[in-house]
Design a protein around this ligand. Structure first.
Ligand SMILES: [Fe+2]
Length: 236
């Protein structure tokens, strides 16, 4: 029996109104009209356009404070993927920012008041621009689960937070990627708040052959809109 199966389903502890607030992912149809939209005004590219200089060396590596510095504790991982539009075309120079907890499920943030230890070599934050094929790549360690503040018996499964901003977006898009085979995935109200099973599954990273250095490898693609749109959080 797994540790997760010993816990009651977290939604059993929540009233319906609070659960609705948790189910904060954007519904596909809201961003994907059934009929083509008639354009009645001239089009204009709105940006933003990011300078490559916005990325510093090592920004794509969450598991050390600077290139060549000591590495954080935990299982090394590599996450790769593509950002595409609804027609599968690459979205170039999309700005991806990521953040996550350390091996012990601790965020280096004053709002994290758990007793889990900090890792002095763990940055926990990263930034990258997609290349001409819409691809990105980050290095990190696998994050640990952590108790969701304000709730009893709700452990968040290991996950990485993503923020995506690209030319043509009026505001950034926010989501979370999870890891395959995690029992906590099956009872997490945030992940399971996505009623569309295909959309929910799209937030589980796909295992890839391990890196030559032994790091676990995963793939997580992001679709900005359309029927295969990645689930994003609704504006708070
Ligand atoms: Fe988190």
């Amino acid at each position: 029996m797994t540790q997760a199966s010993l816990l009651p389903h977290p939604s059993a502890l929540l009233d319906a109104k609070r659960l609705e607030l948790i189910k904060g992912y954007r519904v596909h149809e809201m961003r994907t009209p059934a009929r083509p939209v008639k354009v009645i005004t001239p089009s204009q590219t709105i940006g933003p356009f990011f300078s490559p200089q916005i990325i510093r060396p090592g920004d794509d590596d969450l598991a050390c404070l600077a290139p060549g510095a000591a590495r954080a504790q935990g299982t090394p991982i590599v996450m790769t993927g593509r950002v595409t539009d609804e027609d599968g075309r690459p979205v170039r120079k999309a700005l991806i920012e990521v953040w996550q907890a350390n091996k012990w499920g601790k965020y280096d943030h004053p709002d994290d008041i758990t007793d889990a230890p900090l890792d002095p070599n763990f940055k926990g934050w990263g930034r990258m621009l997609t290349d001409t094929d819409g691809r990105y790549r980050l290095r990190s360690i696998k994050p640990g689960p952590y108790p969701n503040p304000g709730y009893d018996n709700w452990m968040r499964p290991p996950h990485i937070h993503y923020s995506i901003f690209a030319a043509g977006l009026m505001q950034r898009l926010i989501t979370q990627v999870y890891f395959p085979g995690e029992p906590l995935n099956d009872i997490d109200p945030i992940l399971n708040g996505i009623e569309d099973l295909e959309a929910r599954a799209s937030l589980i990273a796909v295992p890839q052959p391990a890196e030559r250095n032994g790091a676990l490898a995963f793939e997580f693609d992001i679709v900005l809109r359309g029927k295969a749109e990645t689930p994003f959080f609704v504006d708070a």
